[in-house]
Write a protein that binds this ligand. Structure first.
Ligand code: NAD
Ligand code: MG
Length: 348
């Protein structure tokens, strides 16, 4: 005997991303803003002056990747239960990617899923984390290992929040922008080479182009079964660097910057990319004071650490290698000798 359940996708998950001064937003439901003390001290008054809701609550979590955990998720959920939020209630993520990922995850599980909105305040979260519906938290086994795909109802990107962002955090966001340009958009890359991001209009345009690039990829491959994996360019090497330095020495975007240089070296070695193009990418990263070198103390250990990455299947490492600037290949067919040769260039 067999019963078949026919599930047709009837929900429309599409949403708009607004890149402009924050508009007035009205809700006829209960709303909880999730934020942290850093962002709240700088920008919460401004946010609240633009929001009107039936009831408004603020949940303040501790600031830091080390708090992207179950305890913080429980703190959000507890607050929602205490204030009797129902399935029509709304969450607003107000902060960087850490706050965005956790707010989205809490929204995805509270009473089996409620709506949420992203108002990202770091460059990285404006161009990357707030777009695409990946939500989650870390646990003792690793980063982002628990989570859900849960798309926001809207994303409001106000670049003026970035005026208070530390320079290093800003540059870390630029690294993810460069990543999107190298993988998918040569004109965007060329635009970045001559762009002055201290000009507000230029910055707004760059954010828009990065978001468009990511949005197109997500629309094509929401659940990362193919193309979306290309956004892990620089991350295969970057994750190992973060792991070796125990997440203390580099910001994620900085590790990705070095990772991109390593991926480029691999691509050059395999004749997929010219040396000249690899140098152009490096020069663009250096323009934003991003690191492009990491001294590997033991190349064998470095290589073994690739296999701890959840994005690698047991036997093969997936590499994202540029085919010049503006195109990539996703491959698990890079032989150990080639990789070791690249790693040795960064070795002692
Ligand atoms: P973050 O959220 O830790 O923010 C960095 C620091 O900047 C924090 O101390 C924060 O309080 C502070 N800050 C935020 N806005 C500020 C402002 N306007 N002025 C001054 N300080 C401000 O880090 P992040 O780089 O924004 O995000 C990293 C996280 O995003 C990671 O947890 C990563 O896993 C996640 N991420 C998710 C996706 C996704 O697709 N969901 C993509 C990329 C990254
Ligand atoms: Mg990243």
């Amino acid at each position: 005997m067999q019963v078949h359940i026919e599930l047709k996708k009837v929900v429309d998950d599409s949403y708009d991303i607004t890149i402009d001064k924050l508009p007035k937003i009205y809700f006829d439901t209960k709303v909880a803003v999730v934020t942290n003390p850093t962002v709240s001290a700088l920008h919460l008054d401004y946010l609240l002056s633009n929001i009107s809701a039936k009831e408004l609550h603020v949940v303040t979590l501790k600031d830091g990747e080390e708090y992207k955990n179950q305890e913080s998720i429980d703190a959000i959920l507890d607050s929602l239960f205490e204030h009797r939020f129902n399935r029509k209630s709304m969450l607003i993520a107000f902060g960087g990617g850490v706050i965005g990922d956790m707010t989205g995850f809490a929204a995805s599980i509270y009473q089996r899923g409620i709506d949420f909105i992203q108002i990202p305040t770091t460059l990285l979260s404006q161009v990357d984390a707030s777009v695409g519906g990946k939500t989650g938290m870390n646990n003792k086994y690793g980063k982002n290992l628990v989570g859900a795909f849960h798309q926001p109802k809207a994303v409001y990107i106000d670049p003026s929040f970035l005026t208070t962002l530390p320079k290093r955090e800003f540059a870390a966001g630029v690294a993810e922008i460069v990543k999107m340009a190298v993988t998918f958009n040569k004109e965007f890359f060329e635009f970045l080479e001559s762009a002055d991001l201290s000009d507000a209009k230029v910055l707004q345009d760059v954010i828009k182009q990065a978001v468009e690039t990511k949005a197109n990829v997500v629309a094509e491959d929401e659940k990362e079964r193919g193309l979306r994996a290309a956004l892990n360019y620089g991350h295969t090497f970057g994750h190992v660097i973060e792991n070796e330095t125990k997440y203390k020495e580099f910001l994620h975007g900085e590790a990705v910057a070095i990772g991109m240089v390593m991926a480029n070296e691999t691509a050059v070695k395999m004749n997929l990319m010219s040396e000249k193009e690899a140098l152009r990418v490096k020069a663009l990263l250096e323009k934003y004071d991003l690191p492009t070198h990491y001294e590997i103390s033991d190349v064998n250990t470095f290589y073994e650490t690739f296999f701890l990455d959840k994005k690698s299947s047991d036997s093969a490492i997936t590499f994202i290698l540029p085919l010049g600037i503006g195109d990539v290949v996703i491959t698990d067919k890079v032989d150990r000798g080639t990789v070791m040769c690249v790693l040795n260039k960064f070795g002692k």
